[in-house]
Write a protein that binds this ligand. Sequence first.
Ligand SMILES: Cc1cc2nc3c(=O)[nH]c(=O)nc-3n(C[C@H](O)[C@H](O)[C@H](O)COP(=O)(O)OP(=O)(O)OC[C@H]3O[C@@H](n4cnc5c(N)ncnc54)[C@H](O)[C@@H]3O)c2cc1C
Length: 386
Amino acid sequence: MGLALARRLSQKFSDSQITLLEKEFEVAQHASGRNSGVLHAGFYYPSNSLKARLCVEGNRAMRQYCLEQDLPLNTCGKLVVTRSVEENPELEKLYQRGLNNGVRLERLTPEEVQEREPNAKSQGLALFSPDTATVNPNLVCQTLKRELLAKGVQIALDTRYLFRRKKSIHTNQGIYQPGFVINAAGLYADKIAQDFGFGKQYTLLPFKGIYLGYSGSDAVIQTHIYPVPDPRQPFLGVHFTKTVDGHVKIGPTAIPALWRENYQGLKNINLRETLEILWYESQLFIQNSFGFRDLALSEIRKYNPGYFAKMAQTLVKEIDTHQFKHFLKPGIRAQLLNIQSLELVQDFVIEGDQDSLHILNAVSPAFTCALSFADYICENWLTQKT
Ligand SMILES: Cc1cc2nc3c(=O)[nH]c(=O)nc-3n(C[C@H](O)[C@H](O)[C@H](O)COP(=O)(O)OP(=O)(O)OC[C@H]3O[C@@H](n4cnc5c(N)ncnc54)[C@H](O)[C@@H]3O)c2cc1C
């Protein structure tokens, strides 16, 4: 988001000085470099949502960007299959949403599924989305970074936002005096927003997505295969993704994490953060709000590769589950929780004033939306004056 925004800002306000602060030594070390790389088509989201509007435009814009920059793009499309006929009404809802959002979709019978993807298993109806594609998210970010550097945008790596004093931004590398601040800090965007007096009704609840890679040499699937998602949660369920270079992976899970960068072992642990997150997770567990208890209990089992692979097996006719041997790089979602209602926030949230703007809940499909999101922010939230 930060890279895409800086790119659009540098086009729109060409005489402004733009500096991107990044706490890591390289860009895309968090969600943007650890996601599935899927360009979603936009049929999961209600038509009045920002997600729907920006996803449809973002899919088109990101595909175009990849073509212009000669970046790899896998346009194999995606199937959403039903594991029982009881899922037909929910699938139908997705189809209607897709039509309302202007997404190209085909509704398939089990026989038509067979023709499209011989290995997919659908008990009832299925959907095919020809515009779902995959990219290499790291390559996209590196290309954006190169473009920015060539345009004279400053990228300050190893520069962590610590706090602000009036209009001064304090970092581990010194003090900045920006005219305007845009906060697109992913897993820490809520904290920075709160520092500016925004996002007080939210806290971040990290959900970890792990993946298993398929090591078999057989071309086990031709297209992405997804289940019908649980409508109570913003997660899409364990699915098969065909990566841009033709590999197959399953995931991501949605395991409640204990701290924001809880990728591996105790790395980046923050005790205060963990206590705060555990407090909210225990509330949600007791109340089973949005099915959190059921989700936590079933997701935690996916650390067992055998169990994880069995979940994915329900979507296909044949697969050698023993070939799912290696966990791939995990990612963590910057999911917001509304602390009053204890509900997960579904849509993107943007808050700000004449001094700052905060992009919150930049969860999936925010990678797909990055370019259209940047256009939207520049057209609707920023004027020449700011
Ligand atoms: C497992 C998983 C799978 C996903 N799959 C998809 C998908 O297939 N398609 C899709 O469209 N979306 C997907 N998403 C969502 C997508 O990856 C994110 O929505 C998107 O990458 C968010 O981008 P971002 O720039 O907001 O966050 P990030 O990529 O996390 O970037 C935030 C940056 O801010 C920096 N930062 C944080 N705090 C500070 C600080 N204090 N000072 C300075 N810098 C700071 C971080 O280091 C980081 O580089 C997935 C997400 C996950 C976790």
